[in-house]
Design a protein. Structure first.
Length: 352
């Protein structure tokens, strides 16, 4: 509890230091517009709403660009009446800190782009299936899932669990790969390495299965952890790896593609319930639009960044045979699908 309070306090100080809205102003905006709700109740459709949207990565990443696309579409569809205040680069705290605050009702953040696996530690068993290693064979496989009725069922999980947040839409930020301080040419080279993980049981199990030692480090502390040797490596999608300057301290990346970086955008129940039905429809419509944008930019952005990494001297290792990697992590899949085998198989079968 003390750690969470400290993290939230730091996020507030960071917000003030960056010259953004004052804590008082931010809280008012983050509450979905207490004024907006009052005006809506009195029959006024002209009330303006500001929703604070947290993003841990910079705006030039795939997820950052997707957040900007959402902001622009919402403001276009609402005629400028709904403002999306995108706070990127983790200025509002780590993903877990932001989620803790949203679920705890602090009112600082209304919306956030989160990794699907971030919900695992909050009891979201369905969401955990999306982060199991080597589940999606391609981007096309993932988008078949998004277009299926299954994804609707998965999105409803946060509401079914009464977590205090509502999931709006899915997207992806590319396959996640391991990057390290020292070269890694095969799965055997990972053995004994200290690999950064978030506080997620699936990721911990995957890293252990590969023979490495999972080490929990907050994302905003990862650069220094690599620099000082607290960890030997980590894993991220290609664009995030470059945008966060990780090649400076870990110039080796092996393209194992263990999981597809599935993400979803969530909004607090408080913020959602203070919107009018028309405003809610605008957010849903903008979410569908962002899905299409995300499909369009993800592969192109990743290809471009990969070439830039190679040109800059980063040691990029291709994985031609993933069989050893899949074998090493099969126990993680079995352990985390014991009570959801049929549901997991439905995801796998979408690629047939």
């Amino acid at each position: 509890m003390k750690k969470r309070f400290f993290a939230l306090a730091i996020a507030t100080l960071a917000l003030s230091a960056c010259g953004l809205k004052s804590p008082e102003t931010t809280t008012t905006a983050a509450n979905g517009g207490e004024t907006t709700a009052a005006k809506a109740d009195s029959g006024s459709e002209g009330a303006e709403v500001t929703l604070v949207y947290a993003e841990v990565n910079p705006l030039d990443t795939i997820v950052g660009q997707s957040g900007t696309a959402f902001k622009e579409k919402v403001e276009e569809l609402s005629g400028g009446k709904i403002h999306i205040d995108v706070q990127a680069s983790g200025v509002l705290g780590s993903e877990n800190d932001v989620l803790d605050g949203m679920l705890g009702g602090t009112g600082t953040v209304d919306m956030s782009r989160i990794s699907a696996f971030a919900l695992t530690s909050y009891g979201a068993k369905k969401a955990s299936l999306l982060s199991l290693p080597y589940t999606f064979n391609s981007r096309e496989h993932f988008w078949k899932f998004v277009d299926s009725d299954l994804s609707k069922e998965f999105l409803e999980e946060t509401s079914d669990l009464n977590l205090g947040i509502k999931s709006l839409y899915y997207g992806e930020e590319g396959f996640r790969h391991f990057f390290t301080k020292n070269p890694v040419n095969s799965v055997e080279d990972l053995k004994g390495m200290k690999m950064r993980v978030s506080n997620d049981p699936v990721m911990n199990g995957m890293v252990e299965g590969l023979g490495a030692s999972p080490t929990v480090v907050a994302f905003n502390e990862l650069y220094s952890a690599l620099q000082t040797g607290v960890v030997d490596g980590a894993e991220q999608p290609i664009t995030n790896y470059k945008s966060n300057a990780f090649p400076e301290v870990a110039p080796n990346i092996i393209l194992d593609g263990h999981t597809l970086g599935a993400f979803q955008v969530v909004i607090t129940d408080d913020a959602w319930n203070k919107l009018t039905p028309e405003q809610q429809d605008i957010l849903v419509e903008a979410g569908k639009y962002v899905g299409e944008v995300n499909r369009e930019i993800a592969q192109k952005a990743e290809d471009k960044v990969l070439e830039e990494l190679k040109s800059s001297g980063v040691n990029v290792v291709e994985v031609t045979d993933k069989t050893p990697w899949k074998e090493a992590t099969k126990n993680v899949i079995e352990k985390n699908t014991t009570d959801q085998k049929e549901l997991y198989q439905q995801i796998v079968d979408l690629d047939k």
